[in-house]
Design a protein around this ligand. Sequence first.
Ligand code: COA
Ligand code: MG
Length: 290
Amino acid sequence: MRPLRSMLFVPADSDRKLDKAHGSRADALILDLEDAVAPSRKAVARTAAAAYLQAHATSSGPLMYVRINPLDSGLALLDLAEVVVGGLAGIMLPKTSSAADVLRLGHCLDALEARAGIAAGHVRVVPVATETAAAMLSMGSFIGGTPRLAGITWGAEDLSTAIGAISNRDADGKLSPLYELAASMCLCAAAAASVPAIDTLYANFRDSEGLATSCAQSRRRGFRGRIAIHPDQVDTINEAFTPNEQELEHARRVVAAFANQPDAGTVGIDGLMYDIPHLKQARQTLGLAD
Ligand code: COA
Ligand code: MG
């Protein structure tokens, strides 16, 4: 599966942004039909997204995802009926309540893929898994994974609205505990489903230093990629989620140390103890670089 380090949101009703996104180095684009599109522009966005997918179906550029409207919005089927065409790599599902929603979406995709002549199961799904209170209480439903799941992401904006909070940040500017929990639950759910966790957006798109610092923290915590909302964020995100030479060198040393002592469960390197979880971590790091 191709990596999802950076997923760039592009409001699908904006021809300018669609044009600009084409040359992006993002691993994936997310053509948005949901919150970045005004209700009066939904139909325009849908048609533009479908045309864009078809026009770039054979290009070697970013994978193309579409964020449809929520399953219970009355718009999701209209969205799907238009955008399941050649070129579509996946659907981002906002306001997912639980893994059952991903299964339900999968049934729709079964039929629409057949109609479009797309290989069965080709279209993947990335749910936004923390946008409602019920969703937060259903994260365990992702244990073991579901067909089509390509990653799990989370969001702090809709959840605070759902809770009736004034803000998702405390007075000191830090994320409130509920949203820290949402990020952590996203990490656990993704790991339990054996898919990558994709971190939520960094809103201040002019602050590339802040983004780099935040991405470094996010990767340390276990996220494998991040949402971008502006083209200028893509390179910073790609770099942050690609292991650097120093990390690779260290990982190679850990793997080599265990290879040299096949019967050892624990080894010492530069005066520090390493055991089997460190070996697995090192292999993961090397795997990310492939
Ligand atoms: N995708 C593609 N192109 C984008 C883009 C995006 N997400 N965001 C900006 N651009 C383009 C602009 O159109 C502009 O190109 P142009 O001069 O040819 O028109 C260029 O990049 C520079 O844009 P800039 O002036 O720096 O930003 P802006 O004020 O035009 O836009 C936002 C700021 C936040 C409105 C815009 O980045 C955006 O729409 N982001 C996506 C929001 C979204 O989808 N949210 C939903 C998920 S939460
Ligand atoms: Mg939203």
